[in-house]
Ligand binder design. Structure first.
Ligand code: 5GP
Ligand code: ZN
Length: 115
């Protein structure tokens, strides 16, 4: 597994930091966002540390497929047939944690809502 020191999501993957885990696969983990921006707000994080989705895609294209599959699983399990997936890339787009993660947002509508 690829890890980075002092990465909060690597620590959650390793079980070194607590999180409300909603599901996991052999390649990714899903947990509730600490600061929810929608009635349902989960994060899905591939185990391997890369700084954003494009870097994950370049290093391991299948990893993003695993992330989307787990995102669908946890959204459906929480009763959300419809949901949005958001991938912030770069500080200017609001990225604050530089380990690839997909936001899974449900329970509200509107692409213009702030994240
Ligand atoms: P970004 O802004 O990088 O796309 O999203 C990072 C997200 O991670 C934010 O929504 C923030 O609330 C969440 N977050 C940051 N640190 C933690 C943490 O330690 N635990 C959990 N569950 N969420 C976190
Ligand atoms: Zn990491």
């Amino acid at each position: 597994m690829i890890t980075a020191p002092d990465c909060v999501f690597c620590k959650i993957v390793a079980g070194e930091l607590p999180a409300e885990v909603l599901g996991r696969s052999d390649a990714a983990i899903a947990f509730r966002d600490l600061n929810p921006q929608a009635p349902f707000h989960a994060l899905v994080v591939p185990f391997d540390h890369h700084e954003n989705a494009a870097a994950s895609a370049a290093a391991d294209p299948a990893s993003l497929g695993h992330v989307v599959a787990l995102a669908d699983e946890v959204a459906q399990a929480a009763g959300n047939a419809d949901y949005r997936l958001v991938l912030n890339t770069g500080a200017g787009a609001g990225q604050t944690v530089f380990h690839t993660h997909v936001h899974v947002l449900a329970g509200s509508t509107g692409m213009t809502e702030a994240l």
